[in-house]
Design a protein around this ligand. Structure first.
Ligand code: ZN
Length: 377
């Protein structure tokens, strides 16, 4: 690749203004719309590329230091690479979008990819635990069955646009910082397609696709949560003009459950245990997603203790296995006692020496310790 300074014909110490002036002069000279020479387009690209690097202080500094530009993918391959973003930008700045026509890009195809779409699917917590299949109704676009995406009434064909002679672009003079140049502009008669459709398909009005309500069965894996998005590649709408299908995204919404709350891979539940049962021990029965399960309550259970049922939680999204089901036990103190019950409890309290309870604090504060020490002096 030629040295950018040589291409622009400026010294290495040229000011930004000198570089700009040199570029304008050369761009005007080599622009393919004014210069019919076969190598003009390449020269134009070279000077534009040089200008793009030298007009950007950071790129210029980098170029001065290393002798080449990096990071833009332009090395070695010369011009014409698909990732030549900077060049395209600068070109469009001067000559307007649609410049591809001016550079021999030719007409654009009628087929476009469809647009991605997002729909929401509400599922029950049980479905998130085990995974499920769900059938969704989707409003989408499908390939027109009459013209099969060709946009033409059956038996007819697209015709070459007579305004642009199939080029998809027309040239007209525009004023720019380079002076008046011939710039390519998308042909308004054919919208840049290069062809016109004399007899558009009546079913799809020449769009090549029609709107349709279809049903779609999707597999929802275990472990999804509210906000999880499932990508269905190629299951979105058909593109216009027989273009490729887009992707469909399904965003999951998990409905709240009356009994179970989700905590990551785990399920949480709370069960009440009568005071006497908590003291004596018992076994509770919980209706889980895996059927009825026994929840052991050992004698002397305190309120807030948790019993874990291994492997009865939510299926893991990206691995095997399931989380746990954690049951918090809440000991219920009776609130209404009849005479007999009160007497029995009073007897129990007497037997346990709890009939005159002062209560104990679990941790004595600093001040009470100080006070005790002072009393003992
Ligand atoms: Zn059609």
């Amino acid at each position: 690749m030629a040295d950018h300074y040589e291409v622009l014909g400026v010294g290495r110490d040229a000011s930004a203004e000198e570089i700009k002036r040199a570029y304008r002069k050369l761009a005007r000279k080599f622009h393919p719309d004014v210069n019919p020479a076969p190598d003009a387009a390449d020269q134009f690209k070279s000077v534009t590329r040089a200008y793009e690097v030298l007009s950007d202080p950071e790129k210029r500094r980098n170029y001065d230091a290393t002798g080449h530009e990096n990071g833009t993918g332009g090395m070695g391959g010369g011009f014409g690479g698909a990732d030549f973003g900077g060049f395209q930008d600068i070109f469009e700045t001067f000559f307007g979008a649609g410049g591809s026509g001016g550079m021999g890009g030719g007409p654009t195809g009628r087929a476009r990819r469809g647009q991605d779409a997002l729909i929401t699917a509400s599922i029950d917590l049980r479905d998130a635990v085990f995974g499920t299949e769900k059938t969704l109704e989707v409003d989408t676009a499908v390939v027109c069955p009459t013209c099969d995406g060709s946009c033409c009434q059956p038996g007819t064909q697209p015709e070459t646009c007579t305004i642009c002679n199939g080029q998809g672009a027309v040239r007209r003079p525009v004023r720019s910082i380079l002076g008046t140049v011939m710039a390519a502009e998308t042909c308004s008669a054919c919208q840049g397609f290069g062809t016109v459709i004399p007899d558009p398909c009546r079913e799809c009005s020449g769009q090549g696709r029609i709107r349709e309500r279809t049903s779609l069965t999707i597999k929802i894996p275990a472990g999804v949560a509210t906000g999880t998005r499932i990508q269905l590649a190629g299951r979105g709408e058909a593109g216009p003009g027989g273009g490729p299908h887009a992707d469909l995204y399904v965003e999951i919404e998990v409905r709240q459950h009356d009994v179970f709350v989700r905590d990551g891979d785990h399920l949480l539940a709370t069960m009440s245990v009568p005071m006497t049962a908590a003291a004596l021990g018992t076994t509770l029965t919980l209706d889980t997603f895996d059927g009825e399960q026994e929840v052991p309550v050992k004698a002397g259970t305190q309120s807030g203790e948790v019993q874990t049922l291994k492997g009865l939680g939510v299926g893991r999204l990206r691995s095997n296995g399931r989380g746990d089901l954690k049951v918090t036990l809440r000991v219920e103190t009776p609130t209404r006692l009849d005479d007999e019950q009160r007497q029995l409890l009073e007897q129990l309290a007497t037997v346990r020496g709890e009939d005159r309870v002062h209560g104990t604090t679990e941790q004595r504060g600093l001040f009470s310790k100080l006070r005790d020490n002072l009393k003992n002096l």
